[in-house]
Design a protein around this ligand. Structure first.
Ligand code: 2HG
Ligand code: ZN
Length: 458
């Protein structure tokens, strides 16, 4: 519970309008996209790094939890204040501070919405490739915390591949900068890479320097329909093996197709059992050549229909549908469990077959879609009750299959709270212990986002 003296000090640091404790606001900051919830004691909205530093130094002295939060679109419970404490929300630190066109970098505060940065740099002929499905809402700070991936990772990589440097407040209140504004820097340990993907447990990011690329000259998008998800998965692996790297290669199974078609009241697939969306980019002559080859590979691999999306509204509509799958599935089963397993790209069909067997064995509806180009599949177990014992068993079996195939239990959503029980399946006790020692060194009193990643911090 919030001690009145703590509240008074928070108001002194942040100003009265920088702290909320009304029940409505506490509820609004109690959950993320996993739909898990826990009420914070207060919500703090800093405007400066100095305020963040003072809040953390104070929390470290008084030993209360601080949970950093962007837009709450995370999918593993990373921003849910499971042990109460103060949610540190970055909605008032949402400025793009600089776009340096000559050096092709941008500097932004953590509360900037990813899509806003993308649009802003694109208007100057530049490109910020990381593209989480929630780009219209999610924030850069959250993307950095989780090392978000997204739709273009197959060609361009994920958030960590673009972050050159950070300003970070350590759990004990010190403000440090990591990395540099340059294309290269090997000065000391790579703390930037350590912080990116640390799920808000090692430091609070207050400024982000990202590298930008030239905006690709042209983009071509294809959709292909299949008689089975197995055909689609094998076709995806064939495209990848052809030495063409599309900028996106997404797979959608039948249940996901039906869900999004109902949600958008639109017939995308005319009853197909699976769909791939493939997008290539680059100079116009290259994209034309590559898309023709991709179309040929897809047809030979059994596509019943391959069509290209018109560059304007048709292409936008296609991506809108893809980005709407997750919300569409939530409308059917708000308590679904969603995983983001990743396997070597050549094993997509194998893992989908194993998941299908597991679904049958436990009599569960499991929906699959996602970033086939990365081998990263969003496996959604459609349930009314996440605590159903057979769901937990099915998840364990799926993870065991993923690891057997040489994969990882999470490609882009992070461990958070939802996957913490399963992390020891992937990491050795020594690897886990090394991670916990890093956490203890930086956060000796375990005040920053406690209870995340590890089931217990010792
Ligand atoms: C996506 O790619 C997101 O759409 C959400 O990562 C995935 O809801 C999901 O399982
Ligand atoms: Zn995704």
């Amino acid at each position: 519970m919030l001690d009145p003296a703590v509240l008074k000090e928070l108001k002194r640091i942040l100003g009265a309008d920088g702290v909320s404790t009304t029940p409505e606001e506490l509820v609004a900051y109690s959950y993320d996209a996993t739909q898990r919830e826990a009420l914070p004691w207060a919500v703090a909205r800093p405007q400066t790094v100095a305020q963040v530093s003072q809040v953390l130094a104070f929390a470290n002295r008084e030993r209360f939890p601080v949970v950093p939060r962007g837009a709450g679109t995370g999918m593993s419970g990373g921003s849910v204040p499971t042990q109460g404490g103060v949610v540190l929300s970055f909605e008032r630190m949402n400025r793009i501070l600089e776009i340096d066109e000559e050096n092709m970098i941008a500097v932004a505060e953590p509360g900037v919405v990813t899509g806003d940065l993308q649009r802003e740099v694109e208007s100057r002929g530049l490109f910020y490739p990381p593209d989480p499905a929630s780009h219209r809402f999610c924030t850069l700070g959250g993307n950095v915390a989780e090392c978000a991936g997204g739709l273009r990772a197959v060609k361009y990589g994920v958030t960590k591949d673009y972050v050159l440097g950070l300003e970070v407040v350590l759990p004990t209140g010190e403000i440090i900068t990591t990395g540099a504004r340059t294309a290269k820097s090997v000065a000391g340990y790579d703390l930037t890479k350590l912080i990116v993907g640390s799920e808000g447990t090692l430091g609070v990011v207050t400024k982000i320097i990202v590298k930008l690329l030239p905006l690709p000259e042209s983009v071509l998008t294809l959709s292909a329909f299949f008689r089975s998800v197995d055909d689609a998965a094998r076709a995806a692996s064939k495209v990848l093996a052809s030495r063409i790297i599309p900028r996106a290669l997404e797979l959608i199974d039948q249940a996901a197709l039906r869900a999004v078609e109902n949600y958008l009241k639109e017939d995308l697939s005319q009853g197909a059992a699976a769909m791939l969306i493939v997008e290539v980019d680059g100079p116009a002559e290259t994209t034309e050549r590559e898309s023709a080859r991709v179309a040929d590979i897809l047809t030979k691999a059994g596509a019943t229909r391959v069509q290209s999306a018109d560059a304007g509204p048709e292409r936008e509509q296609l991506w809108k549908a893809r980005r709407s799958i997750s919300p569409a599935l939530y409308t059917i089963k708000p308590k679904k469990i969603n995983e983001d397993i990743v396997v070597p790209r050549s094993r997509i069909a194998d893992i989908l077959r194993e998941i299908n067997d597991i679904a049958k064995h436990y009599d569960l509806l499991i929906v699959n879609f996602g970033h086939a180009g990365d081998g990263n599949i969003h496996t959604n177990i459609m349930l009314d009750d996440v605590d159903l014992p057979k769901a937990g068993e099915a998840v364990k079996k799926i993870f065991a299959a993923v690891l057997r195939l040489g994969g990882s239990i999470t490609g882009e959503h992070g461990i958070g709270i939802s996957k913490a029980p399963y992390l020891p399946m992937e990491l050795s006790p020594d690897a886990l212990s090394a991670m916990k020692r890093i956490k203890q060194a930086l956060d000796p009193n375990n005040i920053l986002n406690p209870g995340k990643i590890f089931l217990n911090a010792e």
